[in-house]
Design a binder for this molecule. Structure first.
Ligand code: ZN
Length: 179
C-alpha cells in the first residue's frame, strides 16, 4: 500500500528532502490498522521516466518503506511527483495535457515529447472518461473551478491553480483511484 506525501512535486525536491528530512515521509498512522509508531523498513528503488523534460531520462527514485509493529503490515510513502502506477512522472503527463489543451493534435504533441503517441492517447482518453467524477471532487476542494463547465475549460482552469500532481493528490485523498 502506498501513501502519498504532499508538497514534493519534483524529483529534485524529493531527492533533497529524502536525505535532509526523511521523517517527513513517515506516515503518522498505519494504513492497515490505524496505529501510530511505524518503523522504517528500508526502501525500494523505482524508475521514473522524465523523458520530454530532461536528458537524464531514467532517474532511479528511492521510495521509503515502513512496517507497523502492531499488525506487521507494510507500506511505502511516495512523493507527490511520482504516480503510483504510471512510469512517467506527473510533470511529463502535465506537459502532454497542457499541449493538448492548447489545441495541438496528438501527432504534433508526439513530435515534441517522448512518450509514444499510443501512451499519450491512453492518458488523454482516460482523463476524459473520468472527467465527471474528477471535476466534482476537485470542485469540492476548489469551488472556483465550478464555473468551468467543459472538459477543456475545466482542466485549463484547474492547471492554472495547481499542478497535475496536486490535482491527482486531491483525487487520491477523496478516495478516487489514480493511475
Ligand atoms: Zn498496523
Amino acid at each position: 500500500m502506498a501513501l502519498i506525501l504532499a508538497g514534493v512535486p519534483t524529483l529534485l525536491q524529493h531527492n533533497h528532502q529524502i536525505h535532509t528530512q526523511p521523517e517527513d515521509y513517515r506516515p503518522e498512522r498505519c494504513p492497515h490498522c490505524g496505529k501510530h509508531g511505524l518503523w522504517c523498513h528500508g526502501s525500494y528503488t523505482r524508475k521514473a521516466n522524465r523523458r520530454g523534460l530532461e536528458r537524464n531520462t531514467e532517474a532511479p527514485v528511492s521510495i521509503p518503506r515502513y512496517r507497523c509493529p502492531a499488525c506487521d503490515g507494510t507500506c511505502s510513502s511516495l512523493p507527490e511527483a511520482v504516480p503510483p502506477r504510471r512510469h512517467y512522472l506527473w510533470d511529463v503527463q502535465q506537459q502532454v495535457v497542457f499541449l493538448r489543451l492548447s489545441g495541438l493534435s496528438l501527432n504534433k504533441v508526439a513530435q515534441r515529447l517522448a512518450p509514444s503517441r499510443h501512451t499519450m492517447r491512453r492518458w488523454w482518453q482516460r482523463l476524459k472518461q473520468r472527467f465527471t467524477l474528477d471535476a466534482s471532487l476537485l470542485r469540492s476542494h476548489c469551488p472556483a473551478l465550478g464555473r468551468s463547465t467543459t472538459f477543456a475549460e475545466f482542466w485549463r482552469a484547474c492547471l492554472a491553480q495547481m499542478r497535475l500532481s496536486e490535482a491527482m493528490l486531491v483525487l487520491h485523498r477523496s478516495g478516487a483511484a489514480i493511475p
